[in-house]
Design a protein around this ligand. Structure first.
Ligand code: IMP
Length: 429
């Protein structure tokens, strides 16, 4: 690993990226979160402690690393501060360890209100968002009514922008949704300034920092949040998140030139099966006892919302698509042990759509809803891979499973994660 590295979710999020980032961090100088916000949930387990990170890069738990929240992230100050407090005993002083971009937009309480009302108004067509205000915060950004970290250093300017933004939010809440808007500008202003004081000395020009670091040959680990299939442009729109959660978001999310980012290696993280939280198409979903078994065995309940996740077999059509659009050099397969005691294991290698075989992931939701997976059935290994650390101890059927994934995606599987602990993994290459 002599280059910078991008770690991405290859599916609909929750692939276990947090553990992988934490595991690989010692080899890098910087760890960077570049999109999304507290909708993300990255779990890292060290000994008997479990850390659920939402906004702070998963590299924070390792000493001597610089962790950056760059301009593409939307930051809820209350959640950031709470998260810092939860890990303060491990981290100590955040200075020189955590940096927040001066260009990062802020998620305000009115964004959360708007997220809830927008979802409610959609009825059955709701996206199933995390209700963290992420979509409305990005809407403010693109409507040019957003407020950035840099603005908070100039209180009168911040106050003026907040008054305008809140007047607009009030009018949407009252006129569009017919609900009361009880937030006061004074309250939001003073709460924000009070919270900002606690993090102001962590605010920095992270675009410049990264540019200088990469030009000096320092190594950066870019940590994607959510997953490729939730990407606003390339995911299963409109059942997606509101940022570019694939590698496509790296340049705009960090403010770093594609020439510099392009030198990094890209690895995708994928579970050995598939899950999704929230609504949207999911061709290999199992709404039966097999799906329930995956959920129970894999403890598939959301880190951020606690919602039960929808479960199904690994979809290699979607994975092939993720490999292509991200330029993935290899795959890391997590939660292999969840499949340990299945007699047979299926993987979708194509879809059948109105009598035709398709191998490319379709853009149209209507097409996708009608796609039936074409499965390849593999023999289960019927033994425990939980906690295995040696490639020679892997059963032959696991190698068949890996071979199928590699053949269908045309990239190597470089690592297997065999349990939640930092030490439970096997390098295959
Ligand atoms: P939002 O990002 O809260 O707007 O939610 C949009 C969609 O993305 C919903 O289906 C969420 O369940 C999903 N989503 C957002 N963040 C994550 C994540 O970190 N893991 C899995 N799904 C997520």
């Amino acid at each position: 690993m002599d280059k910078s590295l991008v770690i991405l979710g290859s599916q609909w999020g929750d692939e276990g990226k947090g553990k992988i980032v934490d595991l690989l961090t010692p080899q890098y100088d910087y760890v960077v979160r570049y999109q999304g916000g507290s909708n993300a949930g990255h779990t890292v387990i060290i000994g008997d402690r479990k850390y659920a990170l939402h906004l702070i890069p998963s590299g924070i738990l390792r000493e001597g690393k610089k962790n950056l929240i760059t301009n593409g992230v939307v930051v809820a100050l209350d959640e950031l501060i709470e998260e810092m407090e939860r890990i303060r005993d491990v981290v100590g002083d955040f200075k020189d360890r955590l940096y927040i971009s001066d260009r990062a937009h802020i998620v305000f309480p009115y964004h959360k209100i708007l997220d809830g009302l927008s979802e409610k108004s959609k009825g059955n067509a709701k996206v199933g968002t995390t209700l963290k205000g992420i979509g409305p915060a990005y809407m403010s950004k693109y409507a040019r009514t957003g407020i950035r970290m840099a603005d908070l250093f100039d209180p009168p300017y911040f106050r003026e922008r907040l008054e305008n933004a809140m007047a607009e939010a009030k009018s949407i809440v009252e006129k569009v949704y017919g609900e009361r808007f009880d937030l006061s500008v004074d309250q939001v202003y003073s709460d924000t300034m009070r919270m900002f004081e606690k993090v102001a000395d962590l605010v920095a020009d992270t675009s410049l920092m990264l540019d200088q670091a990469l030009k000096k040959g320092e190594k950066v680990l870019f940590e994607g949040a959510q997953g490729t299939m939730l990407d606003i442009d390339m995911g299963t729109y409109p059942y997606v998140t509101s940022s570019n959660s694939s590698a496509l978001g790296l340049c705009n999310g960090t403010g770093v030139s594609p020439k510099l980012i392009g030198q990094a290696e890209v690895l995708g993280v994928s579970k050995a099966y598939l899950t999704r939280v929230g609504a949207g198409p999911f061709p290999t979903e199992l709404k039966d006892s097999v799906g329930d078994r995956l959920r129970e065995k894999g403890k598939e309940y959301g880190t951020t919302t606690g919602r039960p996740r929808r479960c199904g077999w690994l979809d290699l059509v979607a994975l092939r698509f993720a490999v292509r659009i991200n330029g993935m050099d290899g795959l890391i397969i997590t939660k292999l042990d969840v499949l340990d005691h299945f007699e047979e294991i299926k993987v979708a290698v194509a879809y059948e759509y109105e009598g035709q075989l398709i191998k490319e992931f379709p853009a149209s939701l209507k097409v996708l809803e009608k796609c039936k997976p074409v499965y390849k059935t593999l023999k289960g290994w019927n033994s425990s891979t939980s906690g295995l650390k040696d490639r020679d101890s892997l059963p032959e059927q696991v190698w068949d499973f890996i071979k199928t994934v590699e053949e269908e995606t045309s990239v190597p599987v470089v690592m297997l994660s065999t349990g939640p602990e930092r030490s439970e993994y096997i390098w295959l290459r």
